[in-house]
Design a protein around this ligand. Structure first.
Ligand code: NAD
Length: 539
């Protein structure tokens, strides 16, 4: 895609709405983001918010946005005040009545156009993701594709909202259930999938007739904002989708605003628990997806070459900054463990860590300097607590990018459950190996862990695999599949402290989360027929 053909001069607007243009200032901002080198971007204007169809640059607090590949500051983002959030919620509230009454087929048409714009601007989006997140372009493309698939699912909303109908539930009485939108919905998203996770949320919420206020991660907000602008260009009327950048102040304003009916959150478990508690206490519907510690079981009969290839990608891809990253391998039996360690060690010699811009790299930096230090701190603690550091990624230097936030691929053997590195989510390119005596022991480790997001078993034994998937206390299970991230027409959700709430993200659960059921029972009495008063319960 040609990076110069910004979409932002084009006219957009739903056919039933007045047509508007995105402001030239807004257009210039986006082009700046894409075209300027990081050193030049220090002088760019601060990234603002998207409220009621226009870019808003609020006064007040700001935060630096880094390019993790170079360690340089690439720009600043505004941190919305409570008043700015209230403005966004007011815009969403005002847009709701008309959008709610827009026929689902017309709402779906906007989603079709949105999908097309996302595909046309894929290169620009992936570059923005790379600049601020650090993931390599092929990884960003995968993320974006998974996001687009959620837009595709939302294109089917007329079918998904058809409801349920029963004729003659009683003499001359018909009954049906319909799924009505909630009103204003908020989404709060993490840094690690700045394109995909917001696309888990608002396409379906909006397709169902809600209006939306999104609060993206303040660490890499540019691709998220750019994509939201494409959604407006696709035809969303002003106020249907709003984006406020910010931190805790903005989040708390959303959680406390009585006009916000529901909150979708994805991020770390402590914050997920906080969001769920506060949103629920305020009477809102809430789904809060949290962190993870995804284990794979390596059975003695597994194809070890396949295991090693598969684990390498799943543990180190995206620098391990995925909630579905496989961060623990539980080898059943010492022979399997020794073979795994030997082959992993060999494979890891070929790992290439470096800048997002070089497509030849396997993975990039971690998100911030503080996070780099935190990940290395977990490796230090593993060493201090008696684990064996087999491949050490601490202190890795990338030539030409000496100030980038890099951690090399790290392999740690003889990890035990009491160790800090085992108990907590590291969220870095670190693979722990735990040795277990049996499959039951390996499964117990998984079941005892506080997280239950994803897991995988490597085996050639169908019976063992079936027993595993039937009984393991985890929400998403792979059998020889390392990252069992459900496709868009299933739903995504962990168990235990990886998800607070009853409904998972995207797919069929999202239709239920973003709507409320109303059941109507109807009778039209024939002219002149009158029933006497009935005092028994209708049956
Ligand atoms: P995070 O919890 O630090 O931040 C997530 C969001 O919460 C951001 O928008 C942030 O601004 C906001 N936030 C942060 N602190 C807050 C506070 N004190 N009060 C209110 N809001 C606050 O998460 P992160 O570091 O951006 O993302 C990584 C985490 O997300 C990892 O734990 C990862 O496992 C998890 N994650 C989970 C899933 C999933 O589907 N389960 C998917 C992606 C990421």
């Amino acid at each position: 895609m040609d990076g110069k053909s910004s979409p932002h001069g084009r006219v957009y607007g739903a056919s039933s709405q007045p047509r508007r243009r995105i402001s030239p200032e807004h257009s210039a901002n986006v082009d700046h983001l894409i075209e300027l080198k990081n050193s030049e971007r220090k002088h760019m204007t601060t990234l603002g918010h998207l409220i009621n169809g226009a870019r808003v640059n609020s006064e007040g607090r700001t935060q630096d946005i880094f390019n993790p590949s170079t360690g340089e500051v690439g720009g600043q983002v505004s941190l919305a005040s409570k008043a700015t959030v209230e403005e966004a919620v007011a815009a969403a509230q005002a847009a709701y009545p008309a959008w709610r009454n827009t026929p689902p087929a017309k709402r779906a048409r906007v989603m079709f156009r949105f999908k097309q714009l996302l595909e046309e601007h894929a290169d620009q989006i992936c570059r923005l993701i790379g600049q601020e997140h650090g993931k390599i372009v092929h990884d960003a493309q995968g993320e974006l594709q998974r996001g687009i698939e959620n837009v595709e699912y939302a294109c089917g909303v007329p079918e998904l909202l058809k409801g349920e109908h029963s004729k003659n539930v009683g003499p001359g009485i018909d009954s049906w259930s319909e799924f009505q939108p909630l009103g204003v919905v908020a989404g709060i998203t993490p840094f690690n999938f700045p394109a995909m996770v917001p696309l888990w949320m608002y396409p379906m919420a909006i397709a169902c007739g809600n209006t939306f206020v999104l609060k993206p991660s303040e660490r890499d907000p540019s691709s998220t904002l750019f994509i939201a602008e494409l959604a407006l260009e696709a035809g969303l009327p002003a106020g249907v989708l709003n984006v406020v950048n910010g931190d805790k102040e903005a989040v708390d304003a959303l959680l406390d605003d009585p006009r916000v009916q529901a909150v979708s959150f994805v991020g770390s478990t402590p914050i997920a628990e906080y969001i769920y508690g506060r949103a629920s206490a305020n009477g809102k519907r809430c789904q809060a997806l949290g962190g993870a510690k995804n284990h794979s079981i390596v059975m003695p009969d597994a194809d070890m070459d396949n295991v090693v290839n598969s684990l390498t990608g799943a543990a180190f891809g995206s620098s391990g900054e995925r909630c579905m990253a496989l961060s623990v391998a539980v080898a059943v039996g010492d022979a399997a463990a020794d073979a795994l360690i030997a082959k992993m060690q060999e494979q890891m010699q070929t790992l290439k860590v470096g800048s997002f811009a070089d497509a030849g790299n396997d993975f990039g930096p971690v998100i911030t300097k503080a996070h780099q230090e935190k990940v290395c701190g977990y490796i230090d603690s593993a060493e201090a607590q008696g684990a064996e550091i087999v491949v050490d990624g601490r202190g890795v230097k990338v030539s030409g990018f000496e100030n980038g936030f890099y951690v090399g691929g790290t392999l740690i053997d003889r990890v035990t459950p009491e160790m800090t590195c085992y108990q907590e989510e590291i969220f870095g390119p670190v693979l722990l190996v735990v040795r277990a005596g049996s499959m039951e022991e390996a499964m117990k480790l998984i079941d005892d862990h506080e997280y239950g997001n994803g897991t995988c078993i490597y085996t050639r034994d169908g019976e063992a695999a079936r027993y595993f998937s039937d009984n393991i206390q985890v929400g998403m299970v792979g059998i020889n599949v390392p990252l069992p991230v459900p496709v868009s027409y299933h739903s995504f959700g962990g168990w235990k402290r990886s998800l607070f709430g009853d409904l998972a993200a995207y797919g069929p659960d999202a239709v239920r989360f973003y709507t409320k059921r109303k059941t109507i029972t109807q009778r039209w009495p024939s002219a002149g027929v009158r029933e006497g008063a009935q005092f028994s319960f209708p049956s």
